[in-house]
Design a protein around this ligand. Structure first.
Ligand code: ASP
Ligand code: MG
Length: 475
């Protein structure tokens, strides 16, 4: 049994990996490659690229009574899905699949018409609308795989990914998920069949459709992997894994071959493009390695995320940046150290469900950073009942991550020497001691990253960083 479980590999493909018939065929080839190696893939797919955004746009249009606008969007989506399906399966299958796709869009349009009449978009309705993306993609892809000779079965994720009822960003219920996966996925997988499931979507115990939040398909991948005790979880995307920094900022960025869960979790928050932060948790709990791979370059080894990082000569593994942040300064000269004051501040953020990224305090002030701006006026108004409040946007947080900074002297000096010409605002080193972050003006962020990359990746450890790729590009 455990041998069989070891062979299970969850393969999650993002929107660009399934964006059209060509991409879906490429994905089928990658899945077949794993099967040929004796592995049993369980496939989790996103909606085709941009579909989630378009569904949300259709919902928003309907909610402001723009019925025509909403239906124009779904008409385009209907065509795109029908055309893609027709290019992927045999005519006989298409008759049935096409009718099913049509029926899905017909009921979607009905919901949108109702929404346009009522004019009130709840998160529950939004989940219902937006879930269509993954429901369609997973079904089409399961058929496409079968047409290519893969023994594929479609599993509706809503039968397995059971969540609470916080629509828009529901919390998965691990025990139920494990039980459902054992019932609906494991028997297929152990019989060698390839289950194809939509990411991002789930349902409450009562059967109401929910979603896990934007980018949630990675999370689904990890939940499925954790729930069935898979041997590995592969996140197939369109980059060659985790890089030492964004190659668009720094052309000599290197692929990181191996990274620890803890380091990846720190980075995930910044590089949402590569991994959803919560992806990490279900995998960590079960000690399942996660691989980040490129579906346009499947031979590339990608990045392997494991529990304990191997020894690395370099202090840092990667430099990430998060832009469009706002600093909020709360200044109260008399009250700061008084009992319960910080709690009162955090209660304001809690009330507005606004996550705080970074906090630094001094005798008289607390500075916090947040990345969502829409609630800021309300938050500031509430905070001003406690103290003087100022907020300032267009900041960027630079975050340097590496296990090897633990207990090393002189690293901070090197960091700040490298960015001496930049105006550095808040500085923090998290309790995990594997992350050093500081805030700069957004306009200065790229320059700062290039200086830091030059300082810390001039002599990269070849065990950990892919220096071959760099040599080739120089040749
Ligand atoms: N389709 C969803 C989104 O675009 C989930 C995902 O792709 O991970 O947010
Ligand atoms: Mg994604």
């Amino acid at each position: 049994m455990s041998q069989l479980l070891e062979q299970l590999v969850v393969m999650k493909f993002g929107g660009t990996s399934v964006e059209d018939a060509v991409a879906i065929n490429r994905t089928a080839g990658i899945v077949a490659g794993r099967r040929d190696k004796g592995l049993t893939p369980v496939v989790v797919v996103s909606a085709m690229s941009k579909v989630t955004d378009q569904l949300l746009a259709a919902a928003a249009a309907a909610a402001r009574a723009d019925r025509t606008g909403a239906l124009a969007i779904t008409a385009r989506l209907r065509n795109r899905h029908l055309e893609t399906a027709a290019a992927l399966v045999a005519d006989e299958t298409m008759a049935e699949l096409g009718a099913w796709i049509d029926a899905e869009f017909t009921s979607l349009d009905e919901v949108l018409r109702g929404l346009a009449a009522v004019g009130e978009l709840t998160l529950r309705i939004s989940d219902m609308i937006v879930s269509v993306g993954e429901r369609l993609s997973s079904k089409i892809i399961a058929h496409a795989f079968a047409f290519r000779g893969l023994d594929a079965v479609h599993v509706d994720s809503r039968t397995c990914i059971i969540t609470d009822n916080q629509h828009g960003k529901a919390i998965p219920l691990d025990a139920q998920i494990e039980a459902r996966l054992k019932e609906h996925v494991l028997p297929h997988a152990l019989a060698g069949r390839i289950c194809v499931m939509g990411g991002f979507i789930g349902s409450t115990e009562a059967g109401v459709t929910t979603t896990l939040g934007r980018g949630g398909s990675d999370f689904t991948g990890a939940l499925v992997g954790g729930g069935i005790d898979a041997g590995a979880i592969e996140i197939w995307t369109d980059v060659n894994g985790i890089m030492t920094t964004d190659p668009r900022i720094c052309p000599n960025a290197l692929r990181v071959k191996t990274i620890s869960f803890e380091e990846a979790a720190e980075l995930a928050y910044f590089g949402a493009k590569v991994l959803h932060p919560a992806t990490i948790l279900p995998a960590v709990k079960k000690n399942i390695p996660v691989l980040v791979l490129n579906s346009r370059n499947p031979e590339n080894e990608g990045t392997r995320i494991i529990s304990l990082a191997p020894h690395c000569e370099s202090p840092f593994k990667s430099i990430a940046v998060k832009r469009r942040l706002t600093i909020i300064d709360v200044v109260a000269s008399r009250m700061l150290m008084s009992h319960g004051y910080l709690k009162a501040i955090f209660e304001v953020f809690d009330k507005h469900k606004c996550p705080v990224d970074m906090v630094s305090t001094s005798e008289v002030s607390v500075s916090l950073t947040v990345d969502s701006n829409e609630k800021l006026p309300e938050i500031a108004a509430d905070l001003s009942a406690l103290a003087d409040v100022k907020y300032e946007g267009q900041k960027a947080l630079i975050c340097m991550v590496g296990e090897n900074i633990r207990g090393q002297n002189g690293i901070a000096a090197r960091v700040f020497q490298a960015v001496r010409h930049v105006n550095v605002r808040m500085i923090s080193q998290g309790a995990s001691e594997i992350n050093m972050s500081f805030m700069v003006e957004e306009s200065e962020a790229e320059e700062a990253i290039r200086s830091l990359h030059n300082e810390f990746f001039a002599n990269p450890d070849p065990e950990i960083f892919d220096i071959e790729a760099l040599k080739e590009s120089v040749r």
